[in-house]
Ligand binder design. Sequence first.
Ligand code: SF4
Ligand code: SF4
Length: 93
Amino acid sequence: MYNVAWVDNEKCIAEKGCRLCIMYCPESDCIMLDASTKKAIVIEPRCKGCDLCKVVCSTHNAITMFPVDVITGKVIKGGVEAESAALGQAYSG
Ligand code: SF4
Ligand code: SF4
């Protein structure tokens, strides 16, 4: 099982200029600015579950990692983050 990032629009402050997750995500075109909502949005098929976005958004805590069902490929919203050796954990101390 692996994880993908999800942005809580209630907590994301991208409309005020924050782009931290977009700048730090190592995958191109993976977190984008949603032009209509002015919030960050994750393109789930491109997400590698590295956790870096979650780490850099720790002040606003707008990003949650959710597991993906390996059979259906669907994101289990509300599911418990699967264990992973994610890159971001190396930065979170
Ligand atoms: S780092 Fe957090 S608050 Fe900033 S744009 Fe990304 S999700 Fe929004
Ligand atoms: S978990 Fe990693 S790959 Fe996925 S959106 Fe966050 S920084 Fe990008």
